[in-house]
Design a protein around this ligand. Sequence first.
Ligand SMILES: [Zn+2]
Length: 225
Amino acid sequence: MVSPVHTYRDVVHQVIWNNKNVTVQKLSVFEKHCFSKGIVTVGDLLSDGGVFLKGVNVLNANLSPLERFKLMSIADALPCEWQRIIKQSAQHPPSHIGDAFYLKMEDSEVALSKVSSKLLYVAFKSRKQVPPTAQKKFQEKFPQLQTDWREIYSLPFTVTIETKIREFQYKMLNNIVFTNEKLFRLKIVDSPSCTVCKRENESIEHLFFLLRRDDDLLGSLVLLA
Ligand SMILES: [Zn+2]
């Protein structure tokens, strides 16, 4: 009876010595010298790429021609099903090495073979990422507003390819648009009032929400940008 061997992993773990499934002229085999050099399983015969007799232990074993010949006959004696599985895995390099190592991420472990540069980028970025201080100020100013900040921060990259407008959105989101109100505080202008209507202080809210429709919003934006 053949023991269940279905995957490349199963095949490479099969012991080649004294195995009733691996027989040369109907007899199972044992080679003491090869065994003592760490050649024990089918996997020991194989290189990482699935090539017979190119495994590290075989290459380091200092085998005599006769011993090499015996290993070749063992490779030939492996059941057809195993040979097929090995051949298939050689086309798709085995992942048994990658699966054994895990990378500890923020809140999970990821198999090394599954780690992509994008995953690493996101993980490293999230360590350094802090929301702009402006976000808190906006939330205090407009507590009734239900906002998806992720979406808001991605707006500059989705609504325009114009660098100048992206830059302006960045300034808006970080509250570093220099309105008269701000410039007055820095003693750079004489009055905090709005350049366009002169009726109220020129704050970012005034410019975007409170400015009367007949006022020249575009003009004020050009001034700011
Ligand atoms: Zn105004």
